[in-house]
Design a protein around this ligand. Structure first.
Ligand code: MG
Length: 274
């Protein structure tokens, strides 16, 4: 799958700085959406919150109009894995909600996702979300110059399978990101290590594991967007946009640049070098 040689966009430090601005818009908006998520609110209400945040930030949406997508945020509930369309669905106590959001600043994109609890949730759902988030950070820790692309997916998969019998979605994967939301290369959440392009300083990747409690098989609903599990099992989705710097991975869509999760040597601790 990595056989064809494709060019991966290399960013300058100044371009990473713009991507950081977009990433911070995404991080702040996701925090806002997390805080607004509660039983009784509709998914359309949350799309309005996200639109207002974009306007306040002076940023534009990566998602609105993308292949005709009608909203600025993807909101996927319970057995919905990704690409849920905001609408009049009212969130209920015990639901889990995956929130995927992307923003553009000066032509540069940031993209991230998280799964949040609606009220009190089942312990197995809370664990699924923790497992998924942890696998994301395992993938991020494998994202550094000199590593191979498939090392990331291997790290994600190893992290998930160490925690139990979970399904990892294969049809939807991470991606290169920068002057467009979806760019080469694809970043699967599984696979053997040591394959694919060598990662270089200046590359940026969106890493986004989608993990389910049941089997990994999915299909798309009649709306043409919403991806659900075939067996109805619940799904979680966590994502960050990661810049590869000489000092390691810089998590552009984390408020602290990834410092807390990656340790004191993360580039985010000193923010931009210059
Ligand atoms: Mg993405």
């Amino acid at each position: 799958m990595f056989g064809r040689k494709r060019r991966i966009e290399i960013k300058t430090p100044a371009q990473f700085a713009m991507m950081r601005e977009a990433g911070l818009v995404v991080a702040r908006t996701l925090e806002l959406l997390r805080s607004e998520t509660r039983p009784g609110i509709t998914t359309l209400d949350l799309d309005v919150v996200a639109r207002e945040s974009l306007a306040l930030e002076g940023a534009t949406s990566s998602f609105l109009g993308y292949h005709g997508f009608p909203a600025v945020v993807c909101l996927s509930v319970n057995d919905e894995v990704v690409h849920g369309i905001p609408g009049d669905r009212r969130l209920r106590d015990g639901d889990i909600l995956s929130i995927d959001f992307g923003a553009i600043v000066e032509g540069w994109h940031g993209d991230a996702a998280l799964t949040v609890a609606v009220g009190e949730i089942d312990g197995a759902d809370a664990l699924l979300s923790e497992v998924t988030e942890q696998s994301l950070w395992a993938g991020i820790a494998a994202t550094f110059a000199g590593a191979r692309l498939s090392d990331i997916g291997h790290a994600v998969e190893t992290s998930v399978l160490a925690r139990g019998e979970y399904g990892i979605i294969e049809e939807y994967v991470g991606h290169g990101i920068g002057s467009a939301m979806h760019m080469d290369p694809s970043v699967p959440n599984y696979g053997e290590p040591g394959h694919g392009p060598v990662l270089e300083v200046g590359m940026a990747l969106a890493i986004e594991p989608m993990v389910v409690r049941g089997l990994r098989h999915v299909h798309t609903l009649d709306d043409g967007w919403t991806v659900v599990t075939d067996d109805g099992s619940r799904a979680c989705h966590w994502e960050h946009t990661v810049a590869i710097t000489a000092d390691g991975p810089w998590v552009l869509t984390a408020l602290d640049g990834g410092a807390a999760r990656l340790g004191n040597h993360a580039p985010g601790t000193s923010d931009l070098p210059d």
